[in-house]
Design a protein. Structure first.
Lengths: 115, 113
């Protein structure tokens, strides 16, 4: 069965510090991968998605970047965090070629607090 | 045009009552409309989904009603239970756009015992 791992679960970082959140998917190959952010009391905002290794699409101009160095690894980064980067970050994956094409599977999220 | 508008922001229902959450969209190219359920500190999970070729889909106590002409769809939770207390998100996607899901702003549901 497929599983998605996202870490860390919680993170407290000072303003101006770097960020690296990692997400890995097991049990599938060549998935579409996504990073979403959920601000307190708000909906899910799509930040980045990737259809393959090294292929990143950015949805919202911001202080963050994403990379996909391996097929099932998706990394969210920042060189210098801002207060506004605080939020609940969710990694998700979707099968590409088989199975329920539209179903999105989410990780358990990272609660990021920038102080 | 890519937005999905969801209401209400929060909802309190007595146990056994009906919970109704509404969503509206503008993009007529959307062809898939799921609802996700999220418990605190967890990622959302797919609850039920519908395509625009049907007006209603029912799974257990959960029903999606879809009105294509009005560009609206809603989630009905029958016989609401305290365990249904969670945040619910509607979403929409267009099969021509890499299946990117556009989410509504969420509804926090509290079912009182």
């Amino acid at each position: 069965s497929q599983t998605i791992h996202q870490w860390p679960a919680t993170l407290v970082q000072p303003v101006g510090s770097p960020l690296s959140l990692e997400c890995t998917v097991e049990g599938t190959s060549n998935p579409n991968l996504y990073w979403y952010r959920q601000a307190a009391g708000r909906g899910l905002q799509l930040l980045f998605y990737s259809v393959g290794i090294g292929q990143i699409s950015s949805e919202v101009p911001q202080n963050l970047s994403a990379s996909r160095p391996q097929d099932r690894q998706f990394i969210l980064s920042s060189k210098k965090l801002l207060l506004s980067d605080s939020g609940f970050y969710l990694c998700a994956w979707r099968p590409k070629a088989t199975g329920p094409r539209e179903k999105l599977f989410f990780g358990s999220g990272t609660q990021l607090s920038v102080l | 045009q890519q937005q999905v508008k969801q209401s209400p922001q929060s909802l309190i229902v007595q146990k056994g009552g009906i919970s109704i959450i509404n969503c509206a969209y503008e993009n007529t190219a959307f062809d898939y409309f799921p609802w996700y359920q999220q418990f605190p500190g967890k990622g959302p999970a797919l609850l039920i989904a519908i395509r625009p070729d049907v007006s209603e889909k029912k799974e257990g106590r959960f029903t999606i009603s879809f009105n294509k002409s009005a560009k609206q769809f809603s989630l009905h939770i029958m016989d609401s239970q305290p365990g249904d207390s969670a945040t619910y998100f509607c979403a929409a996607s267009n099969s021509g756009s890499s299946y990117k899901l556009i989410f509504g702003s969420g509804t926090r549901l509290l079912v009182r015992p």
